[in-house]
Design a protein around this ligand. Structure first.
Ligand code: F6P
Length: 345
């Protein structure tokens, strides 16, 4: 039986660990594994290659994805669904294991509702997928951002500056909250709580009036900001669209830094971490989580559990409906963020 695997959307550390795990487990089930190049695009364009133990050895620790990735969505391609169905028939693909985030798995959900045999694996540094406690890639991104915040601390302290660190995460503040807490940030701004920059500046002034000479502010790229108490909330985008047609986020850090400097008079700098958070080797935690997801996903195919996604609940790997995983974004709960707020200032 032929089973295909693809990686879609933004890459993240741990993708290769899933691919390796899927291929290893597949041999126990007697599956022949195929790798689709560049996400759904590989299926639409018959661009694939055989995956074996040999071609997937030595990749566990490597960042990125040996399959390549793209944000191509078959539902945005003319007759895309028909093309996917015909490609699966033509290549005798029994099932597809789709490793992806919200975009890739939303397409997977619709395809499985159309009767295609699909199993999902949740990846993203953003940790915004519903139905799973954590996605792989998140722990690595948090580790990288935490190290960056530690480094910013020492230079901010030496120069008596405010430093604003902009992190990724799209419309949720998981990376900002975790890395900000781990790095001891003085203010954390997240999409879940619109940021009144007048209040942020007052807060920093108050902190400095109590003898502190520097501050670290962590801001998630998707944070909606207000330049006055009554002002309109605004989301900062680069003006360009990504491959999936969604606005590219980024740039909020500069605005936050500028407002702080203008309102406090303290020298303020910005550091944007960008894709550094997504590249390089996965942490041990992400390697293990990705491996467990990969083995489970292969077992799901063997059991005929389609239209579902491997998920982490507590410390168990379980299968949840793809529809549940993509129903809404998983935001940082208020109670969790309130713990981070205890340390502001
Ligand atoms: O979803 C992962 C992510 O890194 C987001 O945090 C970020 O907004 C986006 O992808 C960046 O995408 P791109 O690689 O297309 O710039």
């Amino acid at each position: 039986m032929k089973v295909a695997v693809l990686t879609g959307g933004g890459d993240c550390p741990g993708l290769n660990a899933v691919i390796r795990a899927v291929v290893r487990r597949a041999s126990a089930h007697g599956f022949e594994m195929m790798g689709l190049r560049d996400g759904w695009k590989g299926l639409l364009e018959d661009n694939h290659f055989r995956l074996t133990r040999e071609t997937t050895s030595g990749i566990l620790h490597r960042g990125g994805t040996i399959l390549g990735t793209s944000r191509v969505n078959p539902f945005k391609v003319e007759n895309g669904l028909e093309k996917v169905k015909r490609a699966m028939e033509r290549n005798e693909i029994h099932a597809v294991i789709a490793i992806g985030g919200e975009g890739t798995l939303s397409a997977a959900t619709r395809m499985s509702q159309e009767g295609l045999r699909i199993v999902g694996v949740p990846k993203t540094i953003d940790n915004d997928l519903n139905g799973t406690d954590f996605t792989f890639g998140f722990d690595t991104a948090v580790a990288i951002a935490t190290e960056a915040i530690d480094r910013l601390h020492s230079t901010a302290e030496s120069h008596k500056r405010v430093i604003v660190c902009e992190v990724m995460g799209r419309h949720v503040g998981w990376i900002a909250t975790y890395a900000g807490m781990a790095g001891g940030a003085d203010v954390i701004l997240v999409p879940e709580v619109p940021a009144d920059l007048v209040r942020v500046a007052e807060h920093i002034k108050h902190r400095h009036s109590t003898g502190r000479s520097f501050s670290i502010v962590v801001v998630a790229e998707g944070t909606r900001i207000k330049l006055s108490h009554e002002g309109q909330e605004q989301l900062v985008t680069s003006g360009a669209l990504d491959e999936a047609g969604r606005p590219r986020l980024g740039g909020v850090g500069s605005i936050v830094a500028n407002e702080i400097e203008q309102r406090t008079g303290y020298e303020t700098r910005v550091s944007v971490l960008g894709h550094i958070q997504r590249g390089g080797a996965p942490t041990a935690h992400d390697r293990v989580l990705a491996t467990r997801f990969g083995v489970h996903a292969c077992d799901m195919v063997a059991r005929g559990e389609f239209g579902k996604m491997a998920a982490l609940r507590g410390n168990e790997i379980v299968s949840v409906d793809l529809a549940e995983a993509t129903r809404e974004l998983k935001k940082v709960p208020q109670e969790f963020f309130e713990v981070a707020q205890v340390f502001f200032g």
